[in-house]
Structures are given as C-alpha cells and as structure tokens.
Design a protein around this ligand. Structure first.
Ligand SMILES: NC(=O)c1ccc[n+]([C@@H]2O[C@H](COP(=O)([O-])OP(=O)(O)OC[C@H]3O[C@@H](n4cnc5c(N)ncnc54)[C@H](O)[C@@H]3O)[C@@H](O)[C@H]2O)c1
Length: 351
C-alpha cells in the first residue's frame, strides 16, 4: 500500500485525489493547500493541512505528490526530501536544468524515491505513433511531427505570469518535448526554436521547435493557443510520421489514424493533370487506383492511471522506475536550450 500526501490541492492535486481514491494499492492520508477553500470537499477520513510542513510531519505518509505552481517546486522538494518522503513531483519538474540538478542531488542525499508526473507518456495517440516508430516498419524515418492547436485563445490563472512559471512551454511544452525525447533514438544534435508571446505580454503562447537527432529523424513540435477558429472542438492534436517505406498519421486524443504506403514511384509516367481549387496540378491530384495501401494502426491499451501502476510496481521492486530523473534532466536542459535558441534566433548544438 502507498500512503499518499498531496501538497497543492488545486486542479491537479484534486485530479490526483480522484484518481488515487480508485486505486486499491493507494490511500490518501492527507492533503494540503494554503487556500482553505480548496479543502472544502475533502472527505472526513483524510487529514487536511494549510501548511506543507504539517502534512510532512505526518509519519503515516510515505509518498508526497507535489502539485503546487511551478516556481515553488524546488522549495517543496527540499522540504519533502528533508522529511524523508518519497516524491512524485508535477511537471514542469523545475524552472530550469540547474534547479532540477539540485533536486536530484537533494533527493539522492536524502535517499528518497523521486519521479516526475509525466503521465502523457501514456497518451493513447502518442503510444500509437510510438508503436509504429518502434516497429521500424516505415523504413528510414525523416520526420515526426506533433501539432497541438487551441482554437479558443484560453490561457488562465497563474499560467500568464512568468514569476509563477507560466507560459505554454512549461505547461504543455514539457509533455510534448518529453514525448519526442522518449521516442526518438540517438543523440539530439541540434535544436532550433521559435517561441513567441503572441498576445501575452510576458509568457510564451506559441512555439515551433525543431529537434535534429543523429538518427536522421527531425522531431517537430508546434503549439499555438491563439489559432483562433470557431470550431465545435476547441483544441486538436495531430501526429505525422514520415519514412521512406510509408507514413503514419494519428488525429485527436480519441485517436484515429492509419499507416499509408505507396507501392512504386511514378518514374517516367506522364503526370495526369487534375483540375483542383488550387488550379491544374500533376503532383497533388488523386493517386492512380490501388497505388496507396493503408493499414490499421496497432492496438494499444493505455491510460494515465498507468503512471501510478508503474510507480507502484517500481516501489514493490517489480520493475525499474518509468520516469527517470536523468531523462527529466535531459528534458530540462533541452528546455533551456530552446529558450536560448528562441532568444538569439539561432540553432543550438546540444549533444
Ligand atoms: N501533469 C499534468 O498534466 C498537469 C496538468 C495541470 C497542471 N500540472 C502541474 O500541476 C501543478 C499545479 O498546477 P494546477 O493547474 O493544479 O494549479 P492550481 O492553481 O489549480 O493549483 C495549485 C494549488 O497549489 C496551492 N498552493 C500554492 N502555494 C502553496 C503552498 N505553498 N503550499 C500548499 N499549497 C499551495 C494553491 O492554493 C492551489 O490550490 C503545476 O506544476 C502544473 O504545471 C500538471
């Protein structure tokens, strides 16, 4: 049994609370928030605290989830490590690489378990794409593209203030970059990033990141919160993988997609002219009948609870840690390099 304390009982703290109450290997011993309004609906058998130090003094708690705003992650990790609690820390783990390095040293010295809540490694659309990439059935892959667009222009609460660790790179960016780093083999040689404050004065709300790996794959990530469109759905994600033996695409978080292959090149075949809205075209008309072959994507069965299932198995000694601090240190260093690239409008050599 894992006996949890949750520090920061806002949106994500309560999401954790709801999830943990369903798990037979987890018990929530106490929750803490400086805002007592957030503790209003906590069931009576769970202790509530207004100060993290008081929750950390409860010896029945062995694992703490830290879900406070980003700028105080380090402070909370210090306190929790001092109290000898195992730590599951929300993303973005830290404000930068050196801060995360400090956390790694602190938790190692305290001899406590330490991981980061990157539950999006268990996103279904991502896992479908990752399965295809891992299967090596698309030949030499040249690009993996991940686009996430918000059509409603929303950014909220402290996410619009830099002093709290606001901005979309810290919010969704770390998930999207982590997904690429966890999927694409080889060294990340070079990074180029365009990061913008489109309507926010002080934090980023758009980015377009190119990650060049020595495996020959370029990971491309584009996120925009102000892709304003009056659609029924208010956000959309799209994955595309291109290889020399086929492509794969996956649309949406309830994913739909296919693997698509072409059987032959049309060398020395006169181009058929098709009239389109763009004008007459030979390159972009419909393919000859039977030329494109489609396959279903592999079956994957994943969900965000699996982050905790794997963590429990790790504590039980049945498997290694799923989200390793060393991986997150690399991620935080990539984030630092992205900021340099964007500020100086240049590519940055990485590994
Ligand atoms: N993994 C994910 O998908 C995901 C999603 C959303 C947020 N997050 C992360 O979770 C963390 C919290 O984000 P959120 O959206 O829940 O924010 P939130 O503002 O909804 O909740 C944060 C809570 O922390 C409390 N708090 C602030 N200082 C505190 C302190 N010193 N001690 C105790 N409580 C304190 C606030 O009162 C608030 O209730 C952030 O790091 C964020 O990036 C992760």
């Amino acid at each position: 049994m894992l006996n949890f304390g949750i520090i920061g009982y806002g949106f994500m703290g309560q999401t954790h609370g709801d999830m943990l109450q369903k798990l037979d290997y987890a018990k929530i011993v106490g929750v803490c928030d400086i805002n007592k309004e957030q503790l209003r609906d906590v069931p009576a058998d769970i202790h509530t605290y207004l100060k993290a130090d008081e929750l950390l003094a409860n010896s029945d708690i062995d694992t703490v989830i830290i879900a406070v705003p980003n700028h105080i992650h380090l402070e909370m990790v210090k306190k929790a490590a001092n109290a000898k609690k195992d730590i599951i820390l929300e993303k973005p783990a830290a404000m930068n690489g050196p801060e995360f390095q400090e956390m790694m040293v602190l938790t190692k010295e305290a001899n406590v378990r330490f991981t980061i809540h990157h539950q999006r490694r268990w996103d279904k659309d991502y896992r479908l794409i990752k399965e295809v990439v891992d299967s090596q059935t698309l030949g030499d892959i040249y690009t993996i593209k991940n686009c996430l667009y918000g059509f409603n222009g929303n950014m909220h609460d402290w996410h619009v203030y830099p002093e709290f660790g606001g901005g979309m790179l810290y919010d969704w960016g770390v998930h999207l970059i982590d997904q690429m780093l966890w999927m694409i083999p080889g060294k990340l040689k070079t990074i180029y990033a365009d990061v913008r404050n489109v309507i926010n004065q002080n934090v980023d709300d758009y980015f377009n990141i190119q990650l060049y790996f020595d495996s020959g794959i370029t990971g491309q990530i584009e996120l925009g919160t102000y892709f304003l469109e009056d659609k029924e759905k208010w956000f959309e994600r799209h994955w595309f993988v291109g290889g020399d033996k086929g492509s794969a695409y996956v649309d949406g978080f309830e994913p739909k997609g296919k693997i698509v292959r072409t059987s032959e090149l049309l060398a020395n075949v006169p181009g058929k002219i098709t009239m389109t809205a763009a004008g007459p075209t030979r390159s972009f008309g419909p393919p000859p009948a039977g030329r494109l072959v489609t396959e279903d994507l592999p079956d994957v069965n994943v969900n965000h609870q699996m982050f905790f299932d794997h963590y429990y198995d790790y504590v039980e000694g049945k498997e290694e840690l799923a989200v390793k601090p060393e991986e997150i240190l690399r991620l935080m260093k990539v984030l630092d390099a992205i900021r340099i690239s964007a500020a100086e409008h240049r590519s940055v050599d990485f590994e």
